[in-house]
Design a protein around this ligand. Structure first.
Ligand SMILES: [Zn+2]
Length: 106
């Protein structure tokens, strides 16, 4: 329980519960129950855990490019890298350069 992700998550959970508590006073009773909150949290946590940073993306980029060249379904094989490239122009550029380079030698 000492890694930064866990710490961030528990701090985030506290915030969320405080927020949900305040909202609940204004909302109708039962409109925001524990199950709803749990589901929301799970959704957010999944999103966070799924995200990789540029360093991680770069580490997997050569493998990613190889899959692309092999005609594999990349959103199936490496969805995290795929997702990162969609949101990060820098890595996308890196990817395109690498792809071009590999295409020219294969
Ligand atoms: Zn990036």
């Amino acid at each position: 329980m000492t890694d930064p992700f866990q710490k961030k998550t528990s701090r985030f959970l506290k915030k969320l519960f405080t927020f949900a508590g305040t909202r609940n006073k204004k909302m109708q009773k039962g409109s925001m129950d524990m199950d709803t909150i749990k589901q929301m949290v799970r959704g957010i946590m999944t999103t966070r855990a799924d995200e990789i940073d540029c360093a991680e993306c770069f580490e997997q980029l050569d493998q990613f490019v190889e899959l692309v060249l092999a005609g594999k379904n990349i959103s199936d094989a490496m969805p995290l890298v795929q997702h990162h490239l969609e949101h990060c122009p820098d890595c996308k550029e890196e990817f395109e350069v690498l792809l071009k380079a590999l295409r020219s030698i294969t």
